[in-house]
Ligand binder design. Structure first.
Ligand code: 5AD
Ligand code: SF4
Length: 439
């Protein structure tokens, strides 16, 4: 491989998708920092432009293809600039990208980031495709370049073994593997020393964590002992992977936050079965009951898909009934988007018309919004502990932060600083935010 003389040092990295992918971007910057690259805030001044992509819905991929074409303008002005596409869509559509955007230099899947410095420096046939998955890659010993703030992400597992029939993740991020507890502890201790107050454990099915004898609850215990870290969060768990021990642990450990993101996807047993979600709506509701029993005031959020293959009006009504029963604090809601490679794409018909998917989504959002509003109103008059994160984007005289159960609270600033834990009385609310004053 012929090496190009490497004077290129400024990297502009743009990221899309879930927290797991955003955390991967921090890892990419960690790999590149070690090789002498510096982050750049704008594509104009960069020598390397990287786009870290998402493949979970078609819309995300289309957006990125458009964006890559836009970024090519900088390459036209500066031909030596290296343009790379990383992440889930790189893995999913590597060959399509090579055809539709032949000016791209690199296409690298989520397990290929260690090789980035070498790939950026090489010349040869373009684009260079590195689409391999590596069952063992955990990026141990690489310290991510994290965003500043009070919270740091820590990836504790990669990949997924669940193969829900709608989901592309197992195909683009590979099989489940867990980071050893010692490495996680090393990272969390370093973060505490750097001044972070909160860590969020990330994994596609984070509560399936298991490494030799250490399970998810054991890991929470271990990390709870790290001085300086005040709060521990995690996302996303899979409902079927919760043990009673996990729930007891979350309930009993003070630092582990009382918020669970519990993706339900559908309220219809027929649809859940076709999605291969491994629980029924009844089992899911029992779990919610157990969680609410053990963890009073727990914040519950979820993901829901409408218009999955074969979803009838009756199935959709079952989803609405479940949403009304659980009364989530908030939810991410999506129209089903067929993804090639998945079982649903290969075996089931995408038979709910686009317009009907849209109608169902609108109705669901409308109902969930009013539930969120009502749930938030029940907090008015109560006192909550808030971890201050920073200045409100809309109003510099206000600070915002989160409660233990993941509510965003905005309040007039009064001498506190990001990272402080303060007591706030809730005086008003919207469907997304609590408004408060210091007490
Ligand atoms: N179409 C629509 N939504 C999807 N999700 C995953 N795959 C698809 C798809 N093919 C949603 C699920 C998941 C969230 C991260 O994205 O709700 O929990
Ligand atoms: Fe996708 Fe299902 Fe794995 Fe979540 S659990 S990443 S939805 S396959």
């Amino acid at each position: 491989m012929e090496k190009r003389f490497n004077k290129m040092k400024q990297v502009y990295l743009e990221s899309y998708g879930c927290q797991m992918n955003l955390a991967d971007s921090e890892l990419v910057m960690g790999v590149l920092a070690k090789a002498g690259y510096f982050p750049s805030d704008s594509p104009q001044s960069a020598d390397v432009i990287l786009v870290n992509t998402c493949a979970v819905r078609e819309h995300a991929e289309e957006k990125v293809l458009g964006r890559i074409a836009e970024l090519n303008r900088f390459k036209l002005k500066k031909p030596e600039l290296v343009l790379g596409v990383l992440g889930c869509m790189a893995k999913h559509l590597g060959k399509v990208i090579a055809e539709r955007a032949p000016y791209v230099d690199l296409v690298v899947s989520p397990d290929g980031y260690r090789r980035l410095p070498e790939l950026i420096g090489q010349s040869g046939d373009k684009p260079y495709l590195d689409l391999r998955l590596d069952r063992t890659e955990l990026y141990e010993e690489i310290d991510p370049v994290r965003k500043e703030g009070v919270n740091a992400w820590v990836t504790i597992m990669r990949g997924c073994d669940k193969f829900c029939t709608f989901c592309i993740v197992p195909y683009v991020r590979g099989r489940e593997r867990c980071v050893p507890p010692d490495e996680i502890l090393r990272q969390v201790r370093n973060l505490a020393e750097e001044g972070y107050k909160e860590v969020t454990f990330l994994g596609q099915t984070v509560n399936a964590y298991r490494y030799n004898g250490t399970d998810f609850a054991d890991l929470l215990h271990l990390v709870s002992g790290v001085e300086g870290i005040e709060r521990i969060r995690f996302t996303s768990p899979h409902p079927s992977d919760f043990s009673e021990k996990d729930i007891e642990t979350i309930a009993n450990l003070k630092k582990v936050c009382n918020h669970l993101h519990l993706p339900v996807q559908s309220g219809s047993d027929k649809v859940l079965k076709r999605m291969r979600r491994t629980y029924t709506s009844g089992e899911y509701l029992d779990l919610v009951g157990l969680i609410r029993d053990k963890i009073p005031d727990v914040g519950l959020t979820t993901d829901i898909i409408v218009g999955f293959c074969g979803e009838t009006e009756e199935d959709f009504q079952a989803t609405l009934a479940l949403v009304r029963k659980v009364r989530y604090d908030s939810a991410f809601m999506f129209k089903y988007s067929p993804r090639s490679q998945t079982v649903a794409y290969r075996k089931f018909e995408d038979d709910v018309p686009e317009k009907e998917k849209g109608r169902r989504l609108e109705e669901l959002i409308h109902i969930q919004e009013s539930i969120s509003r009502e749930v938030n109103q029940t907090w008015i008059g109560k006192r909550v502990e808030v971890l201050v994160e920073g200045e409100s984007k809309k109003d510099m005289s206000q600070f915002y932060g989160k409660t233990d159960n993941f509510k965003t609270v905005v309040f007039p600033r009064n001498g506190e600083k990001p990272g402080d834990l303060v007591e706030v009385e809730v005086v008003n609310s919207t469907s997304h935010t609590l408004l408060g004053r210091r007490v």
